[in-house]
Design a binder for this molecule. Structure first.
Ligand SMILES: Cc1cc2nc3c(=O)[nH]c(=O)nc-3n(C[C@H](O)[C@H](O)[C@H](O)COP(=O)(O)OP(=O)(O)OC[C@H]3O[C@@H](n4cnc5c(N)ncnc54)[C@H](O)[C@@H]3O)c2cc1C
Length: 424
């Protein structure tokens, strides 16, 4: 990261630079965050091992058969839509080889407004992007029906021509296979710093050493909270279920993804994917019939034309899949070096008294320990960019995003905010 100007507190710059000698790095987690991180590091000459508790990559949140590469844009120039825009611009190129190989489809996404307020926002978004129709454009009823390939009721929609869907589990597996990155199966319970060898030791539940490595990236989604070094991150676990709906003669011609209250994909092997539910208090991965009903209701609410095309599926025969999103309070991912919390609290204690203090004090970070998590509902869109951000940081290269966006996704942002708000 570049030098801080003296007009602000350089909390995001590390007091001590990382000590990279062997370039051995271990990534914990073989979901989309971990696999993209592994590839970005390997491309920079790091010797990468990925560790996951499952034998196959993409076995948890990144395990659905169809995931949408979808952005959250806004008429306002806030950090969230700025990150989303940067993410989709980056991931479109990243996924192009997958789409070119026939994995998923760059079929375009139609986003239907859920309310008059959303429709007004969409009009402003399309004005903002009027000179960049390759990113997003406003379409009318006739255009959206032609793009979709089936009759819909919507009178307007935003159309993202360069986006589409991907099978996240296969993307994770291919990322590792194509790049010859080893996947080691182990459930890591603890990380310990060996001060003599300046390395991190990964231990399992019985305290057995799994491996020693110079650097570690924790990409284990909500389970980052199981490690003492990252338990302070304000993550939430949100259950989601998708439903697979049999295609009909009327729904089969659907060509694009449709998003609104929920999302709905073109059929593959006679099945559309639709989803997803959002439950804060359920912690089982059991597929629930009532969640199928919720997904079907969301599809009808998105566009009654879709419901008409689907007819009346037999609920008790439907299949689906449930897993957990890992969300953050500001809906932005968390990527970068992990702070040394006690030292940060001591060094920046003054912020509790004067939130505007500007000191030359840099932040305290744990040596060679990083995190990439908090992908929320947009892991496919965010992960290629956050992986690149992290790899450029570790390799001390120029970042693909500006300092404002780096700070917006920085792991220490919550500590600084909470100190300023006197919450800690
Ligand atoms: C129902 C549903 C639908 C969704 N639809 C979309 C969509 O259409 N588009 C989209 O972009 N996003 C979607 N999401 C969100 C998306 O799935 C996530 O953002 C993304 O998969 C998160 O990736 P991840 O790598 O951070 O986590 P994960 O894929 O969960 O990967 C974490 C990995 O870490 C491993 N792990 C955890 N702890 C340990 C440990 N201690 N030791 C070893 N291994 C460990 C796990 O086994 C897992 O493989 C959806 C989510 C759900 C639940």
């Amino acid at each position: 990261m570049s030098e801080a100007s003296l007009t602000e507190l350089p909390w995001y710059l590390a007091k001590q630079p990382a000590q990279i000698a062997t370039r051995e790095i271990t990534v914990i987690g073989a979901g989309i965050a971990g696999c993209t991180t592994a590839v970005a590091l390997q491309r920079r000459g790091f010797k990468v091992t990925v560790v996951d508790r499952h034998p196959q990559a993409g076995s948890e949140a990144s395990g659905n058969s169809q995931g949408i590469v979808y952005p959250k844009l806004s008429p306002r120039d806030d950090l969230l839509p700025q990150v989303n825009l940067a993410a989709i611009q980056f991931c479109k190129d990243y996924y192009q080889p997958f789409w070119d190989r026939g994995l998923g489809a760059q079929c375009g996404i139609l986003v239907v407004p859920e309310s008059p307020k959303k429709a007004a926002d969409f009009a402003l978004i399309s004005q903002r992007f009027a000179d960049r129709p390759e990113i997003v454009q406003s379409v009318d009823h006739q255009q959206l029906c032609e793009l979709a390939g089936i009759p819909l009721n919507a009178v307007t929609a935003l159309y993202f021509p360069q986006l589409g869907w991907l099978p996240p589990a296969l993307v994770c597996q291919q990322l590792l296979q194509i790049n010859n990155i080893p996947l080691l199966q182990a459930d890591i319970h603890r990380l310990e710093r060996d001060q003599t060898t300046h390395s991190w030791e990964l231990l399992d539940a019985r305290g057995q050493s799994i491996l020693k490595t110079e650097s570690v990236v924790i990409a284990s989604a909500f389970d980052c909270k199981n490690f003492a070094q990252s338990e302070h991150l304000p993550l939430r676990k949100i259950r989601g279920q998708i439903t697979q709906l049999p295609s009909t003669v009327e729904s089969r011609p659907l060509k694009t993804v449709i998003c609104g209250e929920g999302y709905f994909t073109p059929a593959v092997d006679g099945l559309h994917s639709c989803g997803a539910t959002y439950n804060k208090d359920i912690f089982s991965t059991e597929v629930r019939e009532q969640d199928h009903l919720t997904n079907i209701a969301q599809i009808s609410a998105t566009d009654p034309g879709l419901a008409t095309a689907l007819g009346e599926p037999a609920i008790d025969t439907l299949r689906g899949r449930a897993n957990f999103r890992c969300t953050t309070p500001d809906y932005l991912p968390i990527v970068g070096a992990l702070p040394n919390v006690p030292e940060m609290l001591e060094d920046y204690a003054i912020l509790r008294k004067d939130a505007k203090t500007v000191l030359p004090t840099r932040g305290s970070y744990l040596p060679n320990l990083y995190v990439n998590c908090g992908m929320g509902s947009r892991g496919l869109s965010y992960a290629p960019l956050t992986a690149e951000i992290l790899a450029t940081q570790i390799a001390e290269e120029a970042s693909p995003v500006n300092l404002e966006l780096l700070k917006a996704m920085h792991p220490a942002r919550f500590l600084i905010r909470d100190l300023k708000r006197k919450r800690i």
